[in-house]
Design a protein around this ligand. Sequence first.
Ligand code: F0G
Length: 454
Amino acid sequence: ENIPLELHKVRIVQKLHLVSVERRLEALKEGGFNTFRLSTKDVFLDMLTDSGTNAMSDNQLAAMMRADDAYAGSQSFDRLQKSVEHVLDKKYLLPVHQGRAAENILSVAYVKKGSLIPMNYHFTTAMAHITDKGGQIAELLYDEAYVINSSCPFKGNMNIEKLEEVIRTHGAENIPFIRMEASTNLIGGQPFSIQNLRDVRAIADKYGIRLVLDASLLGENAYLILQREEEFRNSDMATVVKAMTGLADLCYFSARKLSSSRGGGICTNDIKIFKELEAFIPLYEGFLTYGGMSIREVEAMAVGLYEVLDESSISQSPRFIKYLVEQLDSKDIPVVKPAGVLGVHVDAMNFCSHIPQQQYPAGALAAALFLISGVRGMERGTMSNQRDENGVEPMSDMELLRLAVPRRVFTLSQIKYVEDRLTWLFENRHLIGGLKFVEEPPVLRFFMGKLAPL
Ligand code: F0G
């Protein structure tokens, strides 16, 4: 009954390699014990991210063949615009090469020294672009969001009382926008409710502040609203998606996640916002009808956006995640609960309770799991944090090993393999040791930094 059935068939396959443990140890050493630095020729199951790795559909691939390559005025862009209007209910679209490019443009346009951006929680690239322009962020989740073993359905909700308090103390004039992230990534892919978004909207209106929605994981947040929010129990994806985007002045997204393609976009119904941002597209991205993307990707995105409304496609990853979370939880392996989206999030603070946070328990767990299984996850903890202006490394609220389950990529037996290997590692967790940086880049250090065992 709780078997997550695949509602698709596999028609194109890619061969995987399960290399020896000796080779995996070599690969770890070569890659500075950082899973971002591994080559897929050494990786068995790549659970690093869902970004650009969700399976594409037959219709997306077919659409790519009719790409209308033109520097300006491409018909492919017209199709994308129509799809954005249909699915996200926004008339004006600014194309960008990926999600962080949208974050750069929003920050260039609206953030300056002294600006404060309230958000439910940060995402690494959003924060990096805001602080790069001299702004600061304020994270305003409810306390329940930080509880690993929780049954709270909407851990991504913004704390409304705190939001109003922050606006009062900081001054609405210093708050260019409020940022709400759908399926809040770094706390375990946890959704917010429509009711919460309405409450945020009411505060935004009261103080005349723009509301920005990071819609990169919009489909999954909408799916969980259908599952968990009473008011929408008998609703459908299209209605919920529109209810969400309709509450925001502006939505931006990484299409690498949202629509199983590449690229990204910023969309709005407000011509004033569109005009404020428009000039930055040719400056940073490319002409206004391709925004740094290949036209083939524009076509894939146009089709992929419609597929966001297909519950059987969007639900596949959350259902596999739920399955794995329940299996691990039944063996007392600490994982973020309730099961969210994007991946399974293992609580490394608890799994590796013998490793202090300064020694990056989640990074150490990621390296250890790769060594014993060939499964590549991603550290989402202190290693992924950036140092403050005084060079101090803030300890992360959570130390998570994220095992991404990209949409329609893995089979259930592969998921069972992950369960089996994690169970072994949990029983032998005393073997895992801490890490230290030996090469630490100044910006987004987790991507290319090199570490070594202590
Ligand atoms: N916003 C969210 C919520 C994201 O998860 C990401 C990327 C971005 C923005 C930036 O988009 O990568 O296209 O520039 N998340 C990826 C991940 C990298 O692995 O979680 P991008």
